[in-house]
Design a protein around this ligand. Structure first.
Ligand code: SAH
Length: 505
């Protein structure tokens, strides 16, 4: 029985992760499913026992029956539960049933949303000056519910009171606390989707929290925190006050290349969607690449020019296939379009002789020296025009090599396409012109005017405009971090009045 933590997949325990990775069967519900997607073996059996719209929801008896049946079949079963298994998750009941059936089991505690949710919102549940006691209760048992066992007097006298579940009963909870003696002015916060990219926090005095949450359309899962500690959020800030909190960003790079960009955007709080518009394929034949490799070894090139990390990898692969290494470059100088390409070269032990001051293919052409001799230009099959001509004008004999091919993806995930067309994605990012063209082919219509398009550089922006997009910003530095900085700029301009501003004052 493994606690998955409050939502962010990084908040599962090391022990929980090890068991999840080794599981034959994982029985899960909606909370904690993020860890499941990331870490479970692809061949493991997944059994969903959570709520399903318009469908019969599994009863507790049915769930324990599944656990017992799978365990008796000799499988290693993980019952994955959001937060901590024993905090309002009915984990206790499931464990009792396993004990009664004689099934050996282990409980792996998890980080409970009751404490981690407030922490992620910048609210310490205890504080030397502000709170020496915490009470955790369910809001489901707000006054009016028959058979409620909640002691409202005790909750009102705890320095910090935390309520799980039942956000729709917030008004009743607030009234009951005030009736039991809690000052109406007590700082209160409601935290939705704590630690997830969709996290939102609304703060207001206790007497006004229900209307504030309703206005902000707060939905489950959400936690309510009542106490002086809530005002510390103003000083501490939370996961949802990062530069891209509440901003949805689409990454259109290839699946292999998306992760670097996605990781930086996520660190800044963005809700990142990935829809690769293109993919990389090997050339139809390696003959041209292999010929270039042997010419390089024979010292026939004065320069080798690389305009992408993909080109470096494709070339390096054929170098290795020929039993060669970086020494084959001995006689040649090397140019790289920018730091990403230079990093890829660094893994071969090569430091470029030329990186233009601005990281575009146009800038390579400008920065390239005059001279004569042969230049190898290793690129994709479909590229923005201009570079070869610029080099030829400087006297070089340019040999253009297709190191890899770019192909448009044949489809885009329908839910992502719909989100883009419905204006639910705030920013679209493009790191190459080919990607922008391929993306528009998949989208088939223009995105709504409120969606901001951000491009890595002027060459990409030109291609994006030609494909029918309105470009909101072009990165000043034409690198992935530069692209992220431009996303932050356009998102900052947009989010005034968005939920992330609705924080404690
Ligand atoms: N065992 C879980 C709680 C299960 S009860 C734990 O320890 O966290 C389900 C309730 O937990 C939800 O209704 C909500 O109040 C709270 N919850 C769980 N995850 C949450 C999250 N990421 N953000 C806000 N509330 C969350």
């Amino acid at each position: 029985m493994v606690g998955a933590g409050p939502g962010d997949p990084g908040l599962i325990t090391v022990r929980g992760l090890a068991l999840l990775r080794g599981a034959d069967v994982v029985v899960y519900d909606r909370l904690g499913a993020g860890a499941l997607k990331r870490f479970v073996r692809p061949d493991a059996k997944r059994v969903y026992v959570g709520k399903q719209p318009k469908q019969h929801t599994k009863t507790q008896a049915e769930i324990t029956h599944i656990l017992i049946r799978e365990a008796r079949a000799g499988r290693s079963v993980v019952r994955l539960k959001g937060g901590d298994p024993f905090v309002f998750g009915r984990g206790g009941e499931e464990a009792e049933a396993l004990a009664a059936a004689g099934i050996p089991f282990e409980v792996v505690p998890g980080i409970t949303s009751a404490i981690a949710g407030p922490a992620a919102a910048g609210i310490p549940v205890t504080h030397r000056d502000a709170a020496a006691s915490v009470a955790i209760a369910t809001a489901h048992e707000a006054p009016g519910k028959a058979g409620s066992r909640i002691n409202w007097g005790a909750l009102a006298s705890a320095d910090t009171a935390i309520f799980l579940m039942g956000v729709e009963r917030l008004a009743g909870v607030a009234r009951a606390l005030i009736d039991a003696g809690k000052p109406a002015s007590t700082p209160t916060a409601v935290i939705q989707d704590a630690t997830l990219p969709t996290m939102r926090t609304v703060a207001a005095p206790l007497s006004r929290i229900a209307s504030a949450a309703a206005r902000a359309k707060i939905r489950p899962p959400a936690i309510t925190v009542v106490g002086e500690v809530v005002s510390l959020r103003d000083v501490l800030g939370g996961w949802d006050t990062r530069p891209l909190s509440g901003v949805r960003v689409l990454v259109t790079r290839t699946r292999e290349q998306a992760s670097e960009l996605s990781a930086i955007l996520s660190e800044l709080g963005a809700d990142v969607l990935e829809a690769p518009a293109i993919r990389i394929e090997q050339p139809r034949s390696f003959a041209a690449l292999d010929r270039a490799v042997s010419r390089l070894r024979d010292g026939r090139y004065a320069w080798v020019v690389l305009t992408s990390a993909n080109g470096v990898r494709a070339f390096a692969a054929r170098l290795r296939a020929a039993g060669l290494d970086a020494r084959a470059f001995a006689a040649a100088k090397v140019a790289a379009v920018g730091p990403g390409t230079a990093d890829a070269l660094a893994s071969l032990g090569i430091v470029p002789d030329l990186i233009p001051p601005s990281f575009t293919t146009d800038a390579i052409g400008k920065a390239f020296p005059k001279g004569s001799g042969r230049v190898l230009l290793a690129r994709a099959d479909v590229v923005e025009p201009g570079l070869e001509e610029a080099m030829a004008r400087k006297g070089w004999d340019v040999e253009r090599l297709v190191a890899y091919r770019l192909r448009g993806q044949t489809s885009m995930a329908p839910e992502i396409r719909r989100a883009v067309l419905d204006g639910e994605v705030d920013v679209l990012t493009f790191a190459s012109g080919g990607t922008a063209r391929a993306f528009m082919k998949l989208l088939k219509r223009k995105p709504p005017a409120r969606t901001k398009v951000v491009c890595i550089g002027p060459v990409t922006a030109k291609a994006a405009r030609a494909a029918g997009l309105r470009v909101a910003a072009v990165a000043r530095v034409h690198t992935i971090p530069g692209l992220v900085a431009a996303v932050v700029d356009v998102a900052g301009a947009k989010t005034t009045g968005s939920p992330r501003r609705a924080r404690a004052r």
